[in-house]
Design a protein. Structure first.
Length: 221
């Protein structure tokens, strides 16, 4: 009975002290001191009632150790809660920064794409204007050349035009014949090597062929 009472008194005292706010630390110390006095009185009563003093002392020491470990665990839990809150705040801040960085990256990428599209569009417009100007210039040049050709034409009668065409046909045939003869004369020179290196390789090949034929002639004799 005494041990059960001591245990209940110890637990109720811990709960009362643990449930107090921080601004009542002085009152908690008074309550702790009062509890110790009560335990001392109970210890004296235990001696009167012939309760084992050694067992009581071990019990009290064990209760003190458990109370100390409970306080240490409570402080550790509170510290862990504080760390968790700090980590949560840090993670939230990191997520916000990451979201901001992603938003800035997307914005800059979109701006770069829009700028590139604008620059390409401006370049294509410039090329288009340049091509249109060149096309107009070439059309004017062609028209000017056609006008020059039209101004240089002169009327011919049918007989003169016929004789002119016949003369031109004869001239063309003569030119083709002379060209054919010239091509036949140049065919030999076209077969020659065009560079010094090719001529040297051809000469070496001819020498090798001549040496091979001479060796074959000696063997056959």
């Amino acid at each position: 009975m005494l041990k059960m009472y001591l245990g209940r008194d110890r637990r109720s005292r811990r709960r009362s002290v643990a449930g107090m706010p921080e601004n009542t630390c002085v009152e908690a110390s008074h309550v702790e001191e009062a509890g110790r006095r009560s335990l001392h009185i109970l210890a004296q009563a235990g001696r009167v009632l012939k309760v084992d003093q050694v067992h009581m002392s071990e019990y009290l020491r064990a209760m003190d150790k458990l109370s100390t470990r409970e306080e240490i665990a409570a402080e550790a839990i509170a510290a862990l809660h504080d760390d968790m809150k700090k980590n949560t705040l840090r993670n939230d801040r990191a997520r916000r920064e990451l979201a901001h960085i992603i938003h800035m990256h997307d914005t800059m990428r979109n701006m770069a794409e829009e700028r590139e599209i604008t620059e390409n569009s401006s370049m294509f417009k410039h090329w288009s204007r340049d091509c249109e100007e060149k096309e107009r210039h070439y059309a004017q040049e062609i028209e000017r050349c056609n006008a020059e050709l039209r101004s240089r034409r002169f009327p011919l009668d049918e007989s003169l035009e016929h004789h002119t065409l016949v003369s031109l046909a004869e001239d063309c045939a003569s030119i083709e014949a002379s060209t054919y003869d010239l091509a036949a004369q140049l065919s030999f020179y076209r077969a020659l090597p065009s560079t010094v290196m090719e001529a040297q390789r051809a000469l070496e090949a001819m020498e090798a062929e001549f040496t091979h034929e001479a060796a074959d002639g000696v063997e056959s004799s």
